[in-house]
Design a protein around this ligand. Structure first.
Ligand code: F6P
Length: 360
């Protein structure tokens, strides 16, 4: 192996640049390789948009959010959207990717992404392309790794928001609802709710009864705590209710931008408690800005381990945190099923022990 390619796919996430930097530095310093950056994720691989990466290309990016390579979550080489006669059709452009890799002399790929991008990585592996994946998502819902990079930064941002909402909630005797990301898993809501001292946490894994949430908030008010903080994951579901996030997705709306379940719950809570209620949809603030120290370290370890995996021929693998080690694990184990919060696990139990309601 003389030259490797690196790409970032799917939604951006704090720590992407730290991974890219570690890949480039490890490849050059430890293995004397050349590195090619593939621009805008799989779009660049299909359309041959690439540029060489040197140590100076990655200088000063460790602490920067986003990705210097750009990303999209549209372009799947195996089902590539093409417009023909005003109609959208899907074509397999994976062979073109292989041609482009050969043309550029790329012997192996590091694919940094979440479930979607790593599923594509697996398809390339099955076609005989040497790939190694790196687990990225603020949602922390990838299986096979203890934690994804970006999660700690998103939790930190959400916790800061809860701290700020607390002071205004208390002053105005209001219910403050914070809607955070997490369509399939409630990790961000659970962790930030715990760290920020929320009164109610609503997550997809524990369908909630609004009557119980209401009782919890009223009981607090009776004890003199005339405000409450509710942290709700965008994929949370009321028992017997419709899953607002899925309905909006089905209608091709963006639940994050529109604000989904948080507003629905706010209306109902205001009616049943009689307390003024306000909603904050944190949205993409959770995906932006500098990674935390924890994420910078994890990203650096992942990037460096990905190059080690390539050089030891561990293809079709994803580098995973199996505390305290980073190990290559088969991509098959990582993709397909979202890693969810265990409703009966210790973390939820601890939250309940300190008085947090999950509406169950
Ligand atoms: O998977 C990351 C994530 O931020 C989810 O938490 C969120 O539901 C989704 O991406 C938002 O995607 P987009 O940026 O396309 O609106």
């Amino acid at each position: 192996i003389k030259r490797i390619g690196v790409l970032t796919g799917g939604g951006d996430c704090p720590g992407l640049n730290a991974v890219i930097r570690a890949v480039v530095k490890t490849a050059i310093r430890r293995y004397d390789l050349e590195v090619v950056g593939i621009i805008d994720g799989f779009y660049g691989l299909v359309n041959d948009v690439m540029e060489p990466l040197t140590e100076s290309s990655v200088s000063g990016i460790l602490h920067r959010g986003g990705t210097i390579l750009g990303t999209t979550n549209r372009d799947n080489p195996f089902r590539y959207a093409v417009e023909k006669d005003g109609q959208l059709t899907f074509e397999d452009r994976s062979e073109q990717c292989i041609v482009n890799m050969k043309k550029r002399g790329i012997d192996a790929l590091v694919i940094i992404g979440g479930d979607g991008s790593l599923s594509i990585a697996l398809e390339f592996h099955k076609k005989g392309i040497p790939v190694v994946g790196v687990p990225k998502t603020i949602d922390n819902d990838l299986s096979a790794t203890d934690v994804t990079f970006g999660f700690d930064s998103a939790v930190t941002t959400a916790t800061e928001a809860i701290d700020k909402l607390h002071t205004t909630a208390e002053s105005h005797h209001r219910i403050m609802i914070l809607e955070v990301m997490g369509r399939y898993a409630g990790w961000i809501a659970l962790y930030s709710g715990l760290a920020g001292g929320a009164d109610v946490i609503l997550i997809p894994e524990i369908p909630f009864d609004l009557g119980k949430v209401c009782d919890h908030i009223r009981a607090r008010a009776e004890r003199g705590r005339k405000f409450s903080i509710v942290v709700i994951a965008e994929g949370a579901k009321e028992i017997g209710g419709e899953l607002v996030v899925q309905k909006l997705v089905a209608q091709s709306h963006d639940p994050v931008r529109l604000g989904g379940v948080g507003h629905v719950v706010a209306q109902k809570l205001e009616m049943c408690t009689g307390m003024e209620t306000r909603v904050t949809v944190l949205g993409h603030v959770q995906r932006g800005g500098s990674p935390t120290a924890e994420d910078r370290i994890l990203s650096t370890r992942y990037g460096s381990a990905a190059v080690d995996a390539i050089m030891s021929g561990q293809f079709g693998k994803m580098v995973a945190l199996r505390t305290p080690k980073i190990l290559p694990v088969p991509l098959e184990e990582a993709v397909g099923t979202a890693k969810q919060v265990n409703p009966d696990g210790q973390i939820v139990q601890a939250a309940k022990s300190v008085g947090i309601s999950f509406g169950d």
